[in-house]
Structures are given as C-alpha cells and as structure tokens.
Design a protein around this ligand. Structure first.
Ligand SMILES: [Zn+2]
Length: 366
C-alpha cells in the first residue's frame, strides 16, 4: 500500500500546518480509517494552547469508513471495508484490572492522572513522531490500532451527528450511568457546552421529570439548543438567580442529580450543587480544586464523584439514541471546516472569532 495522507499537525502553540504522511503498512490485527468527520472536543482549545505534545495530529471525536483492514481485526471488530464506525480516543492495554472489568476509560496505561515514563498512546493527544504517525482525527486517515475501541454507526446517520457519540457518551455516563438519573428525576446540568448538552439529552432520554441547564450570557445559543434537545429550563446564571430558578422549577424539592461540566475553580459550582441537592442526591463535580464539606455530605446523604470519560455502553447508547431522536439534535452540529481550517475550528470551539459555535467538526472532504 502506498500514497500520501494529508493531516493537520499542531507544530507549535496555537499553530497548525498541513503535512503529508506515508499511508501506513499494518499487520492482520489493525486497520485504516478514512475520516469523514472529527468533532472538536471541549478539551481541544486547552491542548492547543499547551507547549507539550508537539508535533501532534489532534482530534478525538472520530467517525469514518473502514478503508483497509487486516483479517484478524475484521473478525475482532465485526467490520469490513466500507463500514462506518465511530472510534473512542482510548487505546487501552486490555490487561490491567480496570480493562478486565470493563472500565477501560480508567486503564492504568492511558490514565492522564497516573504518572507515566512515556506519554501513553491516545487518539488526538499522542505525538505523531510515533509510527505509524496517524494518531489523530484531523487527517484524511486514522491508523486503527489493534487495541482501538470502535462502534458501528447506525445506518443513515450523518458523520457530523455521529461525532457527538463521544461528548454525548459522556452525557450518558455522567448523568445516567454514574449519576443515576431515572424516570422522575430532577437534574441540574451546569455548563451548556457539548458535554453539558450531552447530559441534558441523556437525562431526558432516561426519563427525567425536570432537566435544568445553566450557563453564562455568552452561552445563549447553547442554552437555546439545550431547550430543544431535552432541557425544561435554561438559566443564565449571570442575569438570573440560579438557586431561585431551580427551587421554583422543582417545587422546592431540589435536584436528585447535578452534573458540573465547567471545571470551575472558584468553588461557586460546588456551593450551588450542595445548596440545591435534594436528600440522597448524586453530585458529579468536575473542578480539580473544588472543596466539599464532609458534614454536608452526611447531612444530605449525598454521593459525590467526578466525571471521568465514557464507557462502551455510554457511547453505544449515545449513537443509538441520537440516530433515533425526534429532538433537534442536528442543531448541535453548528459549524464545519476543512482540514486547512483546524486552527479556526479550534478557536471557534473556544468562542474566539466565531460567535455562537456549539459543536464544531473538521471534515476532511469539506
Ligand atoms: Zn488497561
């Protein structure tokens, strides 16, 4: 196999250029994906600003069609050439305790919170100096490593919508499988970015009675879309009293589930979550610096955890429910750019230059 593959490579802080790579030669247990669309993740702007992991092909919400595949990989994944798949960013070891019990998102080899001698391989994060180089979605092709995790894309689903499998998979993981949202639950989602919108959608799919989402004044477009994909109440926390709105919307009961998608450093999110939690509530709190008084946990009989990625079933659930949804989920996919405009696409996601971007994709054939 030969021929060049074009990829957008982060070559410096906030700097990207198109480069050409050899089409990989691979063994029977691997494959090659022709990328149709790659979502710009909520963490991409931060990674783009960092001076580490250079050079790298970023992009980790990857959807495409199988371009070439080894016979063992075809059997393992149940796919053949031309099949459309969505790919997790994780490249788990499949040997550690976490992998063996199905929580491969916590795999010791790919856990960012574990110290490693070498950066573990992960799509959209690893440097492209490691052969066969194609480790990111902002490229015409992606190397499908033997330890990759893939899902079939439902028939008829657009590639752009399918890129929501990852952020909306987070939504199912954080609001439903971890958070315990069920029929009749009152749910508060703080932050209307792509993960927050995923939580809103997942909570409504799970049967929540009341879904409340909060954001800032600049998030108006995201809050409006949230109302069309499952939120009952959208609160601008800069101009409205969040606690009053939540208590009013829940008839004074408070919320059973809180998901913070903001990475708040001020402590205000944790304080709001504690104040608004009903007895027995589950709080998914995101900031590394957040403090929660243990006494409040006991008084309200709370369960607190931090969101940490997505399981296989969460991503599968996101794909199936997005494909079948009668809600306005397509409106989440607001902007699309070609490979030459990755810089603009990442900035749009960060709210720089392009107003009202919700979920942005990079589409190599754009
Ligand atoms: Zn592992």
């Amino acid at each position: 196999m030969s021929g060049a593959v074009t990829a957008a490579v982060k070559v410096g802080v906030e700097t990207t250029e198109l480069q050409s790579f050899e089409r990989p030669v691979f063994g029977p247990d691997a494959g090659l994906l022709r990328v149709e669309s790659c979502g710009v993740g909520g963490s991409d702007p931060e990674m783009y600003r960092r001076s580490t992991r250079i050079p790298a092909i970023m992009g980790h919400e990857i959807v495409g069609s199988v371009e070439a595949i080894g016979p063992a990989a075809a059997v393992r994944w149940g796919v053949t050439i031309g099949d459309r798949i969505a790919v997790h960013e994780y490249l788990p070891c499949w040997h550690c305790r976490w992998c063996l019990q199905g929580d491969f998102r916590l795999c010791v080899e790919s856990d960012f919170f574990t110290k490693h001698e070498h950066d573990p391989l992960r799509y959209g994060t690893s440097t492209c100096t490691t052969p066969p180089h194609l480790w990111g979605g902002y490229a015409q092709m992606l190397y499908l490593a033997p330890n990759a995790v893939v899902h079939n894309v439902p028939a008829g689903m657009s590639a752009q919508l399918a890129t929501l499998a990852i952020p909306f998979g987070n939504g199912f993981q954080w609001a439903v499988y971890d958070g315990g949202t069920q029929a009749g639950s009152n749910v508060l989602v703080i932050g209307p970015g792509q993960q927050g919108l995923g939580c809103v959608f997942a909570a409504k799919v799970a049967g929540a009675a009341t879904v409340i989402v909060s954001g800032h004044t600049r998030d108006r477009a995201r809050l409006d879309v949230a109302l069309r994909i499952g939120a009952d109440v959208a609160v601008d926390s800069e101009t409205e009293d969040l606690r009053e709105r939540v208590m009013h919307a829940t008839g004074g009961a408070g919320v059973d589930v809180v998901v913070d998608t903001t990475g708040d450093r001020t402590g205000s999110v944790a304080a709001d979550a504690l104040a608004l939690a009903a007895k027995g509530a589950f709080l998914n709190l995101n900031g590394l610096e957040q403090q929660v008084p243990l006494g409040e946990i006991k008084r309200k009989y709370l369960t607190i955890r931090a969101p940490r990625g997505h399981s296989y079933r969460a991503v599968e659930m996101a794909l199936r429910t997005l494909a079948a949804s009668h809600l306005a989920v397509k409106e989440v996919c607001s902007h699309s750019y070609g490979l030459g405009d990755v810089h603009t696409a990442i900035h749009a996601t960060a709210g720089i230059g392009i107003p009202d971007a919700i979920h942005v994709t990079v589409d190599p054939e754009h």
